[in-house]
Ligand binder design. Structure first.
Ligand SMILES: [Zn+2]
Length: 369
């Protein structure tokens, strides 16, 4: 008999094959919880490809007056929501009043970018990368010279130019190096609205909702808050990297290392698979809660970054025009983007849940001490 860590039935209970299924499961498991205290929905003006409503669901587990709070967030990058949603649903089933330390509650933010999750995109309804959207729009926006140089090759005007454009991207990488290439493409840009890693021109609806959640749950008044924002697509297959974007040497970094151990990486120091980026959600939390928050990104690896950039280029090319969801070409690209961010194999699913549980328990223990 094959060794089984999680039964196929349990994996099927946690993982969903669409946003709509994930939302339904999250709601069901929240309402089944004996010790859940609160459930709230934020709705969006758009709908999913099958007309389904788009919702960010928020649930609170444990004492409403808890001094310390663990925030678990999924689908910042839409299509990456399969992993995060599964970890949240696993936690809803495994964390109970007995396993939650005294004085610690859990706040679940399910599908903060429901449009991207439903339409299988990294970006939101306006083509905006939520994790580049947290800049001060009253100030001059950051300028990304590298992206500007590469923009017409990242998204060529015609499909027939694709191979030549890809060759020019490779030439840039060969000339300036892998890190400079990744910074140019994925560091964040505020110039090309149809492009990749675009931060937008104003706070997105998801950002407004998230800011409201921080206020509604009085997170600024808590003694200590741990945020785990769950992503996928970067790094070794199924490995969960704990990425910390607090400033090097800060209390936030020290706390992350204390809680999650020496596997914590820092983009600012070059120790992460992620390069430093503009407009991260992290920065808003750092600003609002200062030394009382420890924010980490839990990033699960899938395939290579080349494959990821390629499918993102194809997806953005597709969405330049109104998308016919059921067209063969659309379905082909959506199948591929889903696979690149959510391989969905049993080993990948198991490793994600195991690492998710480990990090959640590390955070709960850290908060309670
Ligand atoms: Zn991501």
């Amino acid at each position: 008999m094959k060794p089984v860590l999680f039964t196929p039935a349990y994996l099927a209970q946690c993982y969903s094959s669409s946003y709509a299924e994930a939302q339904q499961k999250f709601k069901e498991h929240t309402c089944n919880q004996l010790n859940h205290s609160f459930y709230q929905e934020f709705t969006y003006r758009e709908t999913g490809p099958n007309g389904e409503p788009l919702i960010t669901a928020v649930s609170w587990q444990g004492d409403v007056d808890a001094a310390c709070v663990l925030v678990l967030q999924s689908a910042t990058h839409g299509v990456e929501g399969f992993a995060g949603s599964a970890i949240q649903i696993d936690c809803l089933q495994t964390l109970t009043r007995e396993t939650l330390p005294a004085g610690v509650a859990v706040l679940y933010i399910h599908a903060i970018n429901p449009y991207g999750f439903a339409w299988l995109r990294r970006v939101n309804e306006d083509g905006v990368d939520l994790n580049r959207n947290f800049v001060d729009f009253k100030q001059p926006l950051p300028h990304n010279t590298g992206y500007e140089q590469l923009a017409s090759n990242i998204l060529p005007a015609k499909l027939s130019d694709w191979e030549g454009a890809t060759q020019k991207l490779n030439d840039y990488r060969d000339e300036f190096g892998q890190q400079a290439f990744e910074l140019a493409v994925s560091g964040g840009q505020y110039q090309f609205a149809d492009g990749l890693f675009y931060g937008g021109t104003q706070p997105s609806q998801s950002r407004v909702n998230l800011e409201q959640i921080i206020v509604d749950f009085e997170l600024q008044k808590r003694q200590s808050v741990a945020v785990i924002d769950i992503h996928s697509g970067l790094g070794p297959f199924a490995y969960g990297e704990v990425i910390c974007d607090h400033p090097p040497g800060s209390i936030g970094v020290k706390r992350a290392r204390q809680w999650y151990g020496d596997s914590v990486t820092e983009p600012a120091l070059g120790s992460s698979t992620s390069v430093p980026k503009q407009g991260l959600i992290d920065y808003h939390w750092h600003q609002q809660l200062a030394e009382r928050v420890c924010f980490v990104t839990l990033e699960f690896g899938t395939y290579s970054i080349e494959q990821m950039f390629e499918v993102l280029r194809k997806d953005h090319f597709l969405h330049r025009k109104t998308v016919d969801w059921f067209a063969h070409e659309t379905q082909q690209i959506k199948h591929e983007i889903r696979r690149i961010f959510y391989p969905g194999t049993t080993d990948w699913q198991e490793m994600v849940l195991m690492r998710g549980r480990q990090c959640v328990h590390q955070a709960l223990y850290g908060l309670s001490n």
